[in-house]
Write a protein of this length. Sequence first.
Length: 305
Amino acid sequence: MLSYRHGFHAGNHADVLKHLVLIQLLKYLNQKDTPYMYIDTHSGAGVYALDSGYATKNAEFETGIARLWERKDLPPALADYVDVVKALNPSGKMRYYPGSPYCADAVMREQDRLRLFELHPSDVKLLADNFRKLEAHAAEQGKRPTVRGKRVMIEKSNGFVGMKALVPPPSRRALVLIDPPYEDKTDYRSTTTAVAEGLTRFATGTYAVWYPVLNRMESRQLPEKLKKIPSNGWLNVTLSVSSPSPDGFGLHSSGMFIHNPPWTLEATLRELMPYLVSTLGTDGGAGFTLESGQTAATARRKSSD
């Protein structure tokens, strides 16, 4: 299915969770000199306008990034994320929101590589156009240019298939972000398969999966299935900003599941998730869960607030 357009949801509470975790994963990888590869299976358009087009229809960013924009008391990890968004808006006015590819490009180093997959014909064209604009802007500012074709490769194809040829990368260091729209129920099965096959091919890679928390069997089962895949460890965090609506529509909660997470990530999330709940929550249904473990057979620790 190719109907999904992330522009409708850009900057909402789910994007806040996804991108703050993504940035922390990348910053951890930056601590070693050895280059690494970032693989994005469902890249979208890369950058989204918040003051025009799809984003204005429901203005979902008002439930997410807008509530953090002027805060002066952000925890450090959350400040890292907001700083990336603000760098895209040098005027100080919140006009654009960065998708995962831009967040990655903003944090990664010159020696690292981005491999971006997108199947939607309109979004893949926008993704390429947006990276050309970023490269031109960097050149004007005298900054490091984004060298497409070497540092950044954009491919119009199914990312579930495309990632197979990339792992393991030559440097044996990589972060894979799997973030399908989940409109098609097969996305849940494809996600589980991609993580399992990825860990079989490249056991030390980091695999991050964003998923919606919905009243749908496939959604409820996804994190449980991911927990059963053997790895060196996993972390599962969810953020709820409200109680579910009576009609079952709308996204009130989402999660990030990470295989082979940095050892520092759990403590970071334990610190900042209560802040996110208090800042983004809209009713008594707001809260978070944070779990970590090794495999389905190991004892797991769970905390919630």
